[in-house]
Design a protein around this ligand. Structure first.
Ligand code: SF4
Ligand code: SF4
Length: 192
């Protein structure tokens, strides 16, 4: 669904948004003003069809300072980090890196609560705990109790056919995965 026609109100704006983003990106941020809206990034993006704003539109919203639309968009969470936009941009904008930095900014502020962000956070929680993905654990974390109860019969059928497990399935490498998380978090603290 494209929401480009959504009404923009002054409370969604931050005139310093682009500057803040550029500072966070360091050297890579210097290319942001060079974007001339050619749309190569959107044409190259394998998930643009599912995003509420295409990568090109995100660049334009950044320049306009419409912070709330950018940080509450599904786009930044749906980005598959494939780098197609970054390698093809004729102006050298590293849009994949821009998407990552926008994610960090959205994570810092709980007012940005788009459903895709919740999915991302819960997904990471499950992987961190079990060392791998566990569909049942993710489902329970994400869905309201009423939905879980409504789908109980279907869940039971899946369980009986051996398609899902009720106890969390921990990976043999869970300890190593936990160590990777610890290292990444320690590095983030150092960089702050
Ligand atoms: S490909 Fe580069 S210059 Fe073209 S719209 Fe995307 S970011 Fe801007
Ligand atoms: S890095 Fe993200 S935004 Fe860029 S083309 Fe890939 S999925 Fe799309």
């Amino acid at each position: 669904m494209n929401t480009w026609s959504r009404k923009i109100t002054p409370d969604m704006m931050d005139p310093n948004f682009e500057t803040t983003l550029r500072k966070k990106l360091g050297e890579k941020g210097e290319k942001i003003p060079l974007c001339f809206q050619c749309g190569v990034c959107s044409g190259s993006c394998p998930v643009a069809f599912a995003m509420d704003f295409t990568p090109r539109q995100i660049m334009e919203l950044i320049k306009l300072g419409v912070k709330d639309l950018v940080l509450n968009s599904s786009t930044i969470w749906l980005c598959a980090a494939c780098y197609s936009c970054s390698v093809r941009c004729p102006q050298g904008v590293d849009l994949k890196q821009v998407m990552d930095t926008l994610k960090e900014m959205a994570l810092e502020d709980p007012k940005y609560s788009v459903a895709e962000k919740a999915f991302y956070e819960k997904f990471i929680e499950v992987v961190r705990k079990n060392g791998r993905m566990d569909e049942v654990a993710l489902y329970v974390k994400l869905m309201p109790k009423s939905t879980i109860m409504r789908n109980l019969g279907f869940g039971l059928k899946l369980y009986q056919k051996g398609k899902i497990h009720l106890s969390p399935t921990k990976s043999n490498s869970a300890d190593q995965v936990a160590k990777i998380f610890e290292k990444v978090l320690a590095k983030e603290v150092q960089q702050q």
